[in-house]
Each structure stands twice: as structure tokens, then as C-alpha cells.
Design a protein around this ligand. Structure first.
Ligand SMILES: Nc1ncnc2c1ncn2[C@@H]1O[C@H](COP(=O)(O)OP(=O)(O)OP(=O)(O)O)[C@@H](O)[C@H]1O
Length: 243
């Protein structure tokens, strides 16, 4: 691993295998078996991220951004290629990932914290700060399945923001929550980003967010790396392509 880099991705390929099943009647009549459809979501992508870099990832819907972030977080495994991380302290902030729906918010804080590699004691010490940041009131002691999507993301953001990790992967969550929370989370994100030892990948469809926060941009198109470089340059090429 090159010392300058926090993340090194080489020839990464990830595909989804979907089973297309037929009704029993159709299967018997036409002797059809279920068929496996393979969809290549990330195709041979290579890039490096320097320590302290804030890299934005853009691309139209379905271009493989979330899939790649989840692979870097260790949730998905690659079909081929490698992902090398400088630190084991990695957190993924993404709606719909990470919470156990039957557990309460408080229990999920403990679980998420421990999955991020913190000890029970360390999470306990930060518990009140996380709850205060999340601002979801009495819902903190109710199962997460009762949460609105805004409450869900507020809690997810609070956990990631307060239990700081060396590598943060942010998947399209800076625009959630109500106006007040959005402002607060944006401010907190800028504070976290200002630490030159922290490396951040941000997936967003907001050109303004990417322009303001990122030091570089990566453009994925239909699973392939289309362009990587200065935010203004990549955004201009992307916007022209999409128009
Ligand atoms: N669980 C899944 N099973 C099968 N295919 C999937 C699954 N999740 C994603 N895909 C497919 O993989 C491709 C990449 O999806 P992904 O969610 O990574 O894209 P994205 O760039 O993050 O999109 P968006 O901007 O809409 O969030 C898409 O074609 C999508 O349909």
C-alpha cells in the first residue's frame, strides 16, 4: 500500500446476480428452470484517494455509485479487483443500511458503534452526545421501524458524525432531514472534513454541495469510470453530457 493513499481501488468489478423465476405451471409446461441474470454494476474501476482528500462521486441514477461505496465499506464483496484501505476505521453513512429495525434507536447506536470498532465503554461515553445531536426525542427508545425517513437519517448522521472515523463514506444523505437539521449536519460535515487526516467520499447529485465540499471528483457512467479530476472541470463535462 502506497503511504500517501488512504484508499486504493484497482480493477474493481461488482455484479448482482438476480434469479428470474417462472411459475410452477410455466416451468412444468415449458421445462423452464429459474434463470440467473447477471448485472455488472461496477466495471473495471481503478482510482486512488489521498489521505485527507474529499472526493465527490457523481453519475446518473444506476451508475454504480452506491454499489462501489458499499464495497469500500466492506458490505459487498467484489467479483474481482482489489480495495486497499489505510485504516480499519471506516464508516458508511447511507439510508437503509446498518440499522436493525426491531431494535430501538439507543440499541442501534450501541450496535453501530461496536460495528465501527468502538468499545462498549467508548460508545456509552458518546451516547448522550449522539442522542442530543439526533434530536428525535422520545423515539430514541422506540424501535427504528417506527421512524420516519427523516428521523432515521438524523440518527444515522448523528452516529457517524459523533463517532468519528478515519475514512467516511457518505451516500446522498446531506440533503435529508428538515431545514434546521440540514443546516446543522452540513456545518458538522464541514467541521469533520476540515481534519486533514480524515478521508471522505461523498456521493451526491447536488453540484453545489460537491463544488463546496470536495477537493476532487470522480464520475461514474454505467459502471465505468468516465472522468476524474478537479470538481469544476468534471462537473462542467458531466453537466454538458447530461444536457
Ligand atoms: N440489490 C440489487 N440487485 C440487483 N441489481 C441491483 C441491486 N442494487 C443495485 N442494482 C443495480 O446496479 C446498478 C447500480 O446501482 P447503484 O445503486 O449502485 O447506482 P447509483 O449510481 O448509486 O444510483 P442512484 O444515483 O440512483 O442512487 C443499477 O443498474 C441497479 O439497478
Amino acid at each position: 500500500m502506497d503511504n500517501n493513499y488512504a484508499i486504493q481501488v484497482k480493477d474493481l468489478c461488482i455484479s448482482y446476480k438476480c434469479i428470474q423465476s417462472f411459475s410452477i405451471k410455466k416451468s412444468l409446461l415449458q421445462l423452464k428452470k429459474s434463470k440467473v441474470e447477471v448485472h455488472e454494476a461496477v466495471k473495471n474501476v481503478s482510482f486512488n484517494v489521498k489521505r485527507g482528500e474529499i472526493m465527490g462521486i457523481i453519475g446518473k441514477n444506476g451508475s454504480g455509485k452506491s454499489t462501489m461505496l458499499r464495497a469500500i465499506a466492506g458490505i459487498f464483496s467484489a467479483d474481482s479487483g482489489t480495495i486497499e484501505l489505510e485504516s480499519e476505521s471506516v464508516s458508511l453513512l447511507s439510508i437503509g443500511v446498518g440499522f436493525q429495525k426491531k431494535l430501538t434507536g439507543r440499541e442501534n447506536i450501541m450496535l453501530s458503534g461496536m460495528l465501527l470498532g468502538f468499545s462498549e465503554q467508548q460508545v456509552k461515553e458518546k451516547m448522550q452526545e449522539i442522542i442530543a445531536f439526533a434530536e428525535i426525542g422520545k423515539f430514541i427508545d422506540l424501535p427504528v421501524k417506527t421512524y420516519s425517513s427523516g428521523m432515521y437519517s438524523k440518527l444515522a448522521f448523528a452516529i457517524t458524525a459523533i463517532l468519528e472515523s478515519d475514512i467516511m463514506l457518505i451516500d446522498e444523505v446531506l440533503s435529508v432531514g428538515d431545514a434546521k437539521f440540514k443546516k446543522k449536519s452540513y456545518k458538522k460535515m464541514k467541521e469533520l472534513i476540515s481534519d486533514s487526516n480524515r478521508t471522505v467520499l461523498i456521493v451526491s447529485h447536488s453540484a453545489d454541495t460537491l463544488k463546496e465540499l470536495c477537493t476532487s471528483l470522480l464520475w461514474l457512467h454505467e459502471g465505468e469510470l468516465k472522468m476524474q479530476g478537479e470538481p469544476a472541470e468534471v462537473l462542467a463535462a458531466y453537466e454538458e453530457f447530461m444536457s
